[in-house]
Design a protein. Sequence first.
Length: 181
Amino acid sequence: MHINSLHKGLRPYQCDTCLKEFARKCDLLRHANSVHKESKPYMCPICNKGFPQKWYFERHVASVHKKSAFPPNAVSSRQQQAQQQTHPGQHMQQQQAQQQQQQQQQQQQQAQQQQQQQQQQVQQQSQAQQAALQVQQSQQAQQSQQPQPQQQHSGMLPQQQQFAFFQPQAQGQTMNLRMFP
């Protein structure tokens, strides 16, 4: 198969729809599913875009989202596995760099959350101060609307009121009494 397809250029499997030729039947089936049936089993969890082949998906995630499509401990391809075995030092450095990036991102998120909490506290304090000021103003307004007792000036006599006595010997007599506020 290898000799026929690569060295002799034989491609015995042909697509009925677009007449493209393939060396292997599995390549023809993959082509038919991904191109003509638009089957996209590999979905990007970040942007929900579908891809017909795994390596398209991995390339998309790495180039567009600047992330690995899989967790650092998952092996997504033979090439990655071979690279890890032949260059363990590089792999460790890459893993450490990824961990540092994740830690920095977490620290940034925590700082943002703290800043948001502080802003919320300042807003709540401001609202509480405004509410207290409104209560104080309404109390002052109510006090100003209540009639104030008249203050006596030094030249005026105090208010006097007459009372009648109900004793038999004092009938018809009145007495002036001073009223104090």
